[in-house]
Design a protein around this ligand. Sequence first.
Ligand SMILES: [Zn+2]
Ligand SMILES: [Zn+2]
Length: 204
Amino acid sequence: MRIGEGGRLEVTDQTETCGCCNQVRVIVETRGRLMLCDACFLGMNRPLVYECEGCGRYQRIPHPMYRYQPTPGEFGNTSWACQVRCGAQTHWRLKPSELDRVPAEDCPDSWGVRDEWLASIRAQRLAERQAGAERHRQPVIDADGYWQETLVFVALLGMLASLALPEKVRSYVVLGCLLLWLARSHLQVAAGRLLLQWARPMHG
Ligand SMILES: [Zn+2]
Ligand SMILES: [Zn+2]
């Protein structure tokens, strides 16, 4: 505020579109033609690395996005453009290793005691990593399912084909199919191992 012409009080705080976050805010700093709000001013001086909710990749953002996170581990409720992969407005959360860099006086109140959330975020990350490892094991189970279905198909095909065979041969074929069916879980394991050995070099 300042006293202007005729003694009127004038608001001197200039509200303009911030050149960084594109929000109409009080401008605290002008760098050439770039006008910055207080949040972007802080963010530009201390850009932190955030994880995108859309693609899970990391991006350095010159805006204190952590202010919009209900807790240190949750994604914020305000969007920022993901330039890593999504090419869209997405939600963000701080990379855990960056949590230490949040100014203590700027931590959202909802986060609670700093030492406690630092400990809990590490535990959450560990759980997520373990869940991620679990998901990576999923394709092997799918491969097993695939082999089981293939064996059932082969057995059925064998039985159908045997109808066209002489009676003596037919009984052997049916017996063979039955044995194949009974041994399916063993065959499945063996086939799965072969498949894994064959696939491993391709994954590097
Ligand atoms: Zn801004
Ligand atoms: Zn993204």
